[in-house]
Design a protein around this ligand. Structure first.
Ligand code: IMP
Length: 360
């Protein structure tokens, strides 16, 4: 008989944070968003850290060279997509490295024996397996390939998972960080197509508990990344409060001038193209071999264009720091360890935005 979890699978929009005491030193100027990117042993410093907990999605329509430079300059990091030939990818990696910029490079479980050496030769230092379901023996094989060939010199993240057992499997396999999320992406139709996935909040809460248990048992802290489904800035805040070390976003970064997608005008409004890696458009490069895939898992879309990244990103960061101040936290670990969250009813959800007024 199948097993049932009768608790509903929840997402970020179903929670609110209850503030703690704000102390005099909790001003935004004292709040740090520094976060580990890769695993570390208790008492040691991680080999790579981020100044802001943001990583852009491994997507053709999100992360090219321009995004890599802009996001690294802002203190985050971009993930260069692997839905391109090994040659093109290696060229991109070399260009990014030549400008003294660090990026994460997506890899897959199909052509890794060619792609990984080419990327490493081009100066890549951090890789990440790109898959909607990473709880697989294939991912373990790729991690082993990296360790056998490069030892600890090259880092590799893995995923995606949505539960504690997937996290533990990839942590035991040696992943340097682990991504969470199946089916929550804005352009994603995986849940509709295949019926797999989990509400993003439930997934993050479960995996964060597994990460903490793993740290307590082994003294190894494996950072976790909440990937997909961020619509509002407060969703980033929820993800961090629930224990995500950083968040991966596609739509958010695709809206900026720095993303590689085309800007266009629809009904007089500036828009950017945004398409999923599982859409027919992204798959044209034949990532899945000659046979291709028989069904798609993503759509091709337009989103409103938001101009250059800095202004919007600064606002998002200001909101995170403000909420952390409300919770008496000057760092993300304290925020995660001390924050109280409450599930909200549909009625309190309606109460939370402007209501019973005519907004001008
Ligand atoms: P967003 O930030 O909500 O737009 O979600 C971006 C995330 O969606 C990516 O980081 C991937 O994990 C996921 N994703 C990207 N392309 C596809 C797709 O075609 N189908 C399903 N998920 C996708």
């Amino acid at each position: 008989m199948s097993k049932y979890i009768m608790e509903p699978s929840r997402t970020f929009g179903e929670f609110l944070i209850i503030p703690n005491l704000t102390k005099r030193d909790n001003g935004s100027q004292n709040v740090s968003l520094k976060t580990p990117l890769v695993k570390f042993t208790r008492g040691q410093k991680p080999a790579y850290e981020l100044e802001i907990p943001f990583i852009s999605a491994a997507m053709q329509s999100v992360s090219g060279e321009k995004m890599a430079h802009a996001l690294a300059a802002a203190g985050g990091i971009a993930t260069i997509f692997c839905s391109q030939t090994v040659e093109d990818h290696a060229k991109m990696a070399a260009n990014i490295r030549a400008a003294g910029t660090l990026a994460v490079h997506a890899v897959n479980t199909h052509d890794y024996r060619d792609r990984i050496p080419a990327l490493v030769n081009a100066g890549a230092e951090i890789l990440c397996l790109d898959s909607s379901d990473g709880f697989s023996e294939w991912q373990s094989d790729v991690i082993k390939f990296v360790h056998d060939n490069y030892g600890d010199k090259i880092k590799i993240g893995a995923g995606n998972v949505v539960a504690a057992d997937g996290f533990r499997y990839l942590a035991d396999a040696g992943a340097d960080f682990i991504k969470i999320g199946i089916g929550g992406g804005s352009i994603c139709i995986t849940r509709e197509q295949k019926g797999i996935g989990r509400g993003q909040a439930s997934a993050v809460i479960d995996v964060a508990a597994a990460r903490d248990a793993y740290f307590a048992e082994h003294g190894i802290y494996v950072p976790i990344c909440s990937d997909g489904g961020i619509v509002y800035d407060n969703h980033v805040i929820m993800a961090l409060a629930m224990g995500a070390d950083f968040v991966m976003m596609g739509r958010y970064f695709a809206q900026f001038d720095e993303s590689p997608s085309k800007k266009t005008t629809i009904d007089g409004k500036p828009m950017k193209e945004y398409w999923g890696e599982g859409s027919a458009r992204a798959r044209n490069w034949q990532r899945y071999g000659k046979t291709g895939m028989v069904f798609v898992e993503g759509v091709d879309s337009y989103i409103p264009a938001a101009g250059p990244m800095t202004e919007t990103l600064d606002k998002t960061i200001a909101k995170i720091k403000s909420t952390m101040g409300n919770c008496g936290s000057n760092d993300l670990q304290t925020f995660y360890k001390t924050t109280r969250l409450t599930v909200i009813s549909p009625a309190s959800h309606a109460e939370g935005s402007a209501h019973n007024v005519s907004v001008k």
